[in-house]
Design a binder for this molecule. Structure first.
Ligand SMILES: [Zn+2]
Length: 333
């Protein structure tokens, strides 16, 4: 497990580590996944547990850092959803048993005076029951414990949880830092600028999107969206289905996110603005949905966002993708 923060979170960590230690026991880190929210949470936890942090950052060399890196730290627990293997594009959920187990762990006394740390990644994945169990624990926390909750969409958390934690917003990477990182991560990427714009400025997503299968699929889908009349809805449904257990959710999210970005650009072009995601030639976007009201296009975009964060768990991923693309085809052809 790598404990280093991303370069754009380093100064933030140096500035906030002591505050998190001293001021309160429960914190909510808010940031975007594609900017490295999960890693920020982990490096904050590491810095709280580290014996000799340097400028707020875990040293990587002490016993605590080595335990954490080896996933055997006696005072650290990370609560995250388990992989689901069913047919529906179910949102990953943190089950109640897992939450209870982690909370019991926090009640044991810590092996050092630096206490125990629990990281919930992401807190929006807590089932209602898990969230309530966590809420109780945060209301009456065992001594010397830190509770770090991560969320990209804090509005989805129970208000009672939001009211018990102090919120910290992670800084976004500036363009130069993001581009430097992308170049170091994937030197073969031909146009990092474009990749970053495509990913709405989120460097992790820029690199992920550029990985073989995802890049190819996204380009193919963009091409297909440019010609709604011919859009092969069934073959996109099959493609999602073919992802099997491990990739189905990723593929489902890729189709929805690509269409979402496409609609963002369509709405911008329709409003006389330059596309922000730069997926395609503005003239192609300008020719789509000529008779469609802007509000209708935006409604479809909102629906995609909702499905991305709260997918319908009664329909298979395949059927949902097919229905969404059919809807797009009907509106934009
Ligand atoms: Zn250390």
């Amino acid at each position: 497990m790598n404990l280093s923060p991303y370069p754009w979170h380093r100064a933030w960590l140096a500035e906030h580590r002591v505050t998190v230690r001293e001021r309160h026991h429960a914190w909510l880190l808010v940031g975007r996944e594609g900017d490295g929210l999960a890693q920020a949470g982990l490096s904050l936890a590491a810095s709280l547990l580290c014996e000799h942090p340097r400028e707020g950052v875990a040293c990587g060399e002490c016993a605590s850092c080595r335990w954490l890196a080896g996933s055997v730290h006696p005072d650290f627990v990370r609560l995250a959803p388990e992989e689901s293997d069913d047919d529906v594009a179910r949102l990953p959920t943190i089950k109640t048993d897992a939450a209870r187990g982690a909370i019991s762990f926090m009640e044991l006394s810590a092996s050092t005076e630096r206490g125990r740390v629990l990281l919930v990644d992401p807190a929006t994945a807590l089932s209602r029951e898990s969230a309530n169990a966590l809420l109780k624990a945060i209301e009456e926390p065992p001594a010397n414990t830190r509770w770090i909750l991560l969320a990209s969409r804090p509005a989805k958390l129970l208000p009672t949880i939001r009211s018990r934690v102090l919120k910290l917003a992670l800084p976004r990477p500036d363009r130069a830092a993001a581009l430097r990182w992308i170049r170091a991560e994937n030197g073969a990427l031909s146009d990092p600028d474009h990749a970053l714009a495509n990913a709405d400025g989120a460097p992790l997503h820029a690199v992920e999107n550029a990985s073989g299968d995802a890049l190819e699929a996204r380009e193919r889908l963009v091409h297909d969206l440019g010609n709604p009349r011919e859009l092969p809805t069934l073959s996109w449904g099959s493609w999602v289905e073919a992802g099997g257990k491990s990739q189905k959710r990723d593929r489902f999210a890729l189709v929805l996110a690509t269409l979402h970005d496409w609609l963002v650009d369509w709405a911008r072009v329709r409003s006389g603005l330059a596309p922000s995601r730069a997926l395609s030639d503005p003239t192609i976007l300008a020719g789509l949905g000529a008779n469609l009201a802007l509000a209708e296009g935006l409604r479809l975009r909102r629906e995609l966002l909702r499905k991305l964060t709260l997918p319908d768990t009664t329909l298979s991923a395949r059927l949902q993708v097919e229905a969404i693309l059919l809807d797009y085809r009907a509106k934009f052809a």
